[in-house]
Ligand binder design. Sequence first.
Ligand SMILES: Cc1cc2nc3c(=O)[nH]c(=O)nc-3n(C[C@H](O)[C@H](O)[C@H](O)COP(=O)(O)OP(=O)(O)OC[C@H]3O[C@@H](n4cnc5c(N)ncnc54)[C@H](O)[C@@H]3O)c2cc1C
Ligand code: FES
Length: 277
Amino acid sequence: MSSAGRGIFLTEILDNRALYPDTHVISIKRPAGFPDTEPGGFISIRAVENTTPLLLRPFSIMWQDDEHIEILVKVVGPGSEALSKKRTKEPVKILGPLGGRTFPAPSQRPVILIAGGTGIAPIAYAIKKWSAAGVSNAVLIYGAASSVGIARDILDEVVIESHYATLDGSLGFEGDAVELFKSLALDNSLPEGDIYSCGPRGMVRALCDAVAGLGGMYKGRFAHHYTSLEAVMACGLGACRGCTVPLKGDGESALKTVCSDGPVFDAEEIDWEGWTW
Ligand SMILES: Cc1cc2nc3c(=O)[nH]c(=O)nc-3n(C[C@H](O)[C@H](O)[C@H](O)COP(=O)(O)OP(=O)(O)OC[C@H]3O[C@@H](n4cnc5c(N)ncnc54)[C@H](O)[C@@H]3O)c2cc1C
Ligand code: FES
């Protein structure tokens, strides 16, 4: 994504809806001059009057149109908690749009979208944006701890083939999104296509292992696996190098920043063994 038009914007909350107790869909007024983004792009945000935490917090863009930018916020600490309490018209500061590489638009091949937990945010953006552009050959695999965590209504009216996994078995397959992916692949229930994933790091790594176990990307049915990574961030701009991820390759040049070289990477290029921090 180009950094043209990137900036710090003072804007306000338009709507804050609790999907379930610890997770909110927050709609923010799109500031004048805020550029268009692609799925995988993100913003850093902070409630203006809060001095704690000092740093802005990164959240994937879940939807964007002329008036709104929408994010999905799960409460895990002070920054997300402060955001979850924001009400309509209250001010927020955003830095963005961030990310140097977003999800590539699908080719003619089918897309298999795999989301775990709040990883549904950039995946939902992709589904809505690409459906509007006429992409119809997409399958969603979406896992969460329980049915309460499966945010089905954020896809609005867009209908795609969807498979759900819950750890407690309260909706769909009992297990996680990767186990469901494996089960569907072994059943020949998935099309040959490209994988787009987002979720906790452990999920993406397990997904790479699962693909390898099925015969590898190129021997198997999947030509590409693009993943949007999450990492703890400070500057969000590639300057502090606090969010590095190692890619397979030699030395320093293989260390990339999630915030500005990513957040989207070719999953097969990530050096999972070497990512020890
Ligand atoms: C590119 C990107 C996109 C993201 N998109 C979303 C999203 O759509 N929805 C959402 O709810 N969250 C998302 N996150 C994670 C979100 O940024 C963190 O949950 C948030 O910064 C936590 O801030 P806090 O002050 O509430 O908690 P903190 O006190 O900062 O952290 C609370 C706990 O969460 C851990 N943590 C913080 N950030 C991360 C992270 N990035 N990955 C794993 N563990 C973390 C900390 O180590 C700590 O244990 C995204 C992160 C990145 C980098
Ligand atoms: S957060 Fe500073 S380089 Fe990524």
